[in-house]
Design a binder for this molecule. Structure first.
Ligand code: ARG
Ligand code: ZN
Length: 867
């Protein structure tokens, strides 16, 4: 039965202090815990602690071993009789790290002989380690002692400050850590094994000396330098942007190849999926470098937005995740190009969050209920949650937002807070009532914003009517209007920005009802409105622009994001014209305008590359019913072929050679931008001069100085089914055989093979000795790329794709329910497929639902069939 937000009660028992002692071993580890309990006098509930899969070896209350009959351990709860306020409960349990394939709690990364032990507790992993009230509003001080064989586990780490270490008999040793900041148990972590380190000294703005240490296995320790630099940048940035300083004497970061998510912000001991930590020019693409910097920032920023101020319950997850994604996005924008970052983020929102919000898994940023919380680490909670914070920040302005954040941190430090606490602090610091924005947190679905402008030449007025409506989502048939901030500017027909009130050229209007008309006086000629500048609200804008008006914005808008947006809108329409075999008005304007920009090359190369990229196949499918992914793929190709044809072979060749390979791997923005455009040019060329493009790609693959260039070339070879593809794949495979992250890319690039050929390739790849269902990154590289990122390859009319995925999901679910449940979201949107595929997909999902599934997968599959 689901857990509901409305049922929240404060904890009946708190734990003020916990002492943990671990005797670590690969097959079995023993955990002793000593809990100092405090009872809520207002409640009269027995002491009940969470514990899953624990082998209870000993239990004592206030120093006395408990008799059987005075405690019960069943259904994942330990109930103890006779506890009082101030009681001390001691337990000793055994857990089995090597057998833990779910990668939740204490588990083994790598092989039994050489791997290391680590923990993952968020959201509810701590109950797999010891008995505890496993909920984020129980904040305790931790003292942790680790003991292990010194030769097998030379490095022993836990969160907090180091508090002694020493030798023990029989080749064993110990180390102790004390965390002075009370924290919820999901932030507990330990790491033990053979790891190498790199270190750096850091002094915070408020004068604290901190030792920064990044840990990794010996073969990859040389790939940690970039992350160390990024960490230092993130720490400085949080001091300057938010006045937030680090608060312990050490900060540890550890890389592992076996991790369910991206990374984890455990207090003082962040643990990273290697994919978001390791970086070197030979194996890391430009996009991946930026992702490392972003995730390093994200986890570090959690130290305040998440750790010092944590969440009252898991319904408030976006309080820390939405806010931290927003902070991470600001950081990345400051370190790189702000408009390019915004384009990337909105593209991700449209690709990942809009489909979620439009399908059977739709849920509010603050869900009202769940049965498995791990299923709610979603694009809605993270990415849409960040958009909500961005709207609030926009409403308050730079200084107002900082004032609000200062008050939020000051007032909630050491507390488990709610989204109301956040809005209250931001509002109070600015004398504003922000409570209308709370509706955004409770209402699922993407609002549609309809804009209609009318110019009155006699009154010299421009009237902009804005209307909103949100389509129903599962369980929420009726929607209310939301406050939608629309940042706008008006352009005259010559492409100049018009002054608005007080001479400013940009203004924010807030639509806070179903419909409203905003009047702009003193406008002589019918203007072209630039709406939702910087994507000021997470909505779908519908505005009946003429193609020429979009071309004007694409050419003249001063908002880099809205230039790109104009290109996207034109591309949508061009696509629809091709699909419906209509006139080619938008198609012509799209091609002409972009060809013009391509020739003059006045733009930043990276922005040009983005302008030349139409919405992807997942986004195109989003607006259709009776979706036929094969047809969408063909039309998507045809659309880009039109563009490439208009630009012309000669211009594409010339530009490709202008941008010709860098001899060395430079990571500066200009070099990255060149690589991004070169890739785009090569892709376009492959559509119109295939054999020549394949020859160029083969040469680029051989000579590449960066993984960006190598992988771009390989992708073109594979996707265009080039005769050179097999040799390149074989070469890559040999070169990177021992490198897990590079091999993941080898699997992923092939999983992108479009159309009918994909299935056989996926089957061949899963038979490869390097494939395993036990490694989340490998599963994501092969099955995630295919099922979630390659619509024409996955959605076969014969249903074979669906059946293969369903079969693997069942196997995977037995090993790792979190990864299985995430992969199953590939079936999202099946209801909108054309009838033949819809029937096949339905049958595959229903077949899964008939099996015995984990709570994780059962919830996803159940919701998928409900709607
Ligand atoms: N808090 C982590 C982050 O956003 C994510 C951890 C989620 N883990 C999970 N098993 N659901 O950085
Ligand atoms: Zn996070």
């Amino acid at each position: 039965s689901p857990i509901r937000l409305a049922d929240y009660r404060p904890p009946a028992w708190r734990v003020d202090h916990i002492e943990l002692e671990f005797d670590l071993g690969i097959d079995a580890s023993e955990v002793r815990s000593r809990l100092q309990l405090a009872r809520d006098p207002a409640q009269d509930a027995p002491l009940r602690l969470d514990g899953e899969g624990l082998e209870l070896l000993a239990i004592a209350l206030d120093g006395r071993p408990l008799d059987e009959g005075t405690y019960r351990y069943r259904d994942n709860v330990l109930e103890v009789d006779g506890a009082r306020d101030g009681s001390v409960l001691e337990t000793r349990v055994r857990v089995r790290p090597a057998a833990n394939t779910a990668l939740e709690g204490l588990y083994l990364s790598g092989s039994r002989e050489r791997g290391f032990l680590l923990t993952q507790c968020e959201a509810e992993g701590f109950r797999h380690i010891t008995f505890f009230p496993d909920r984020p509003d129980v904040l305790a001080k931790y003292t942790v002692t680790l003991r292990a064989d010194r030769a097998r586990f030379p490095v022993l780490l836990a969160g907090g400050n180091p508090d002694g270490a020493g030798e023990l008999p029989d080749g064993r040793h110990w180390a102790r850590f004390v965390d002075p900041y009370p924290k919820p148990c999901y932030l507990f972590a330990l790491v033990a094994g053979r790891l190498e380190r790199i270190e750096r000294d850091y002094r915070t703005a408020d004068g604290r000396d901190v030792r920064l240490v990044i840990w990794a296995e010996a073969d990859v320790i040389d790939c940690c330098g970039y992350a160390m630099d990024a960490l230092e940048r993130a720490m400085r940035w949080d001091e300057q942007a938010y006045g937030r300083n680090y608060d312990l004497s050490v900060f540890h970061v550890v890389a592992t190849h076996d991790f369910n998510m991206g990374a984890m912000e455990n207090k003082g001991l962040n643990i990273f999926n290697a994919k978001y930590l390791l970086a070197d020019p030979d194996t890391t693409t430009d996009d991946e470098y930026r992702a490392v910097e972003a995730v390093i920032g994200h986890e570090y920023f959690h130290n305040w937005s998440g750790n010092r101020v944590t969440c009252r319950d898991w319904f408030q997850l976006s309080l820390k995740e939405g806010l931290t994604v927003f902070r991470e996005q600001q950081f990345s924008a400051d370190m790189n190009s702000a408009p390019l970052k915004r384009i990337d983020d909105v593209a991700l929102l449209r690709r990942a969050q809009f489909p979620e919000d439009a399908g059977p898994l739709a849920h509010p940023v603050r869900p009202a209920q769940y049965s498995e919380i791990n299923n709610f680490y979603t694009a809605t909670v993270y990415e849409k949650g960040s958009e909500l914070v961005r709207m609030l920040a926009g409403r308050l302005g730079r200084e107002g937002f900082r004032r609000g954040m200062d008050l939020y941190f000051a007032r909630n430090d050491g507390r488990a807070a709610t989204i109301e606490d956040f809005l209250t602090a931001l509002g109070e610091a600015n004398g504003l009532d922000l409570s209308p924005y709370l509706a955004w947190y409770g209402q699922a679905g993407t609002p549609r914003l309809v804009a209609e402008g009318r110019h009155d030449p006699v009154r010299r007025e421009y009237a902009l009517t804005l209307r909103q409506h949100t389509p129903p989502t599962p369980g929420q048939p009726d929607k209310r209007p939301l406050p939608i901030p629309v940042k706008l500017a008006l352009f005259d027909p010559d492409g100049r920005m018009l002054p608005l009130q007080d001479g400013a050229t940009e203004q924010v209007v807030v639509l806070d009802r179903a419909e409203h008309t905003f009047v702009f006086p003193g406008i002589e000629r019918a203007p072209v409105p630039s709406l939702l500048r910087g994507f000021s609200a997470p909505v779908i804008l519908e505005c009946a622009y003429a193609p020429a008006e979009l071309a004007l914005l694409l050419t003249h808008d001063t908002d880099g994001f809205n230039r790109w947006e104009a290109a996207q809108q034109l591309a949508w329409r061009a696509y629809a014209e091709l699909r419906d075999e209509r006139d080619r008005a938008a198609l012509t304007v799209w091609c002409e305008t972009l060809a013009g920009l391509f020739e003059t090359m006045k733009l930043d190369a990276a922005l040009l590359a983005d302008l030349l990229t139409p919405p992807g196949e997942v986004e195109l499918a989003e607006r259709e019913t009776d979706v036929d992914p094969a047809r969408i793929h063909a039309l998507h190709q045809a659309l880009q072929r039109e563009l490439a044809t208009r630009i012309g072979n000669a211009a594409l060749h010339a530009r490709y050679h202008d941008l010709a390979s860098d001899a060395a791997a430079a990571l500066d923005a200009a070099s990255q931008a060149r690589r991004r455009l070169r890739r785009r040019v090569l892709e376009l060329l492959a559509l119109v001069d295939t054999a020549a493009a394949q020859a160029l790609a083969a040469a680029q693959f051989d000579q590449a100085a960066t993984m960006t260039d190598r992988l771009a070339a390989l992708a073109v070879l594979v996707r265009s089914a080039a005769p050179q593809a097999d040799a390149a794949l074989a070469h890559y495979r040999k070169r990177y055989d021992g490198n897990a992250l590079a091999l993941d890319k080898w699997f992923a690039v092939q999983a992108q093979l479009p159309g009918e050929a994909a299935l056989a390739r996926v089957r061949a790849l899963e038979a490869d000795p390097r494939f395993t269902l036990k490694n989340p990154n490998r599963v994501q590289a092969l099955f995630g790329t295919w099922a979630r990122g390659n619509p024409s390859g996955f959605h076969r009319a014969d249903g074979e794709g669906y059946r293969l995925l369903a079969a693997r999901l069942a196997e995977l679910d037995a090993l790792n329910p979190q990864v299985a449940a995430r992969l199953a979201t590939a079936f999202n949107g099946w209801q909108r497929l054309e009838p033949v595929r819809r029937g096949q997909a339905r049958a595959a999902v229903a077949g899964l639902a008939d099996r015995r599934l984990s709570r994780n997968l059962a919830e996803i599959v159940g919701n998928m069939l409900k709607a």
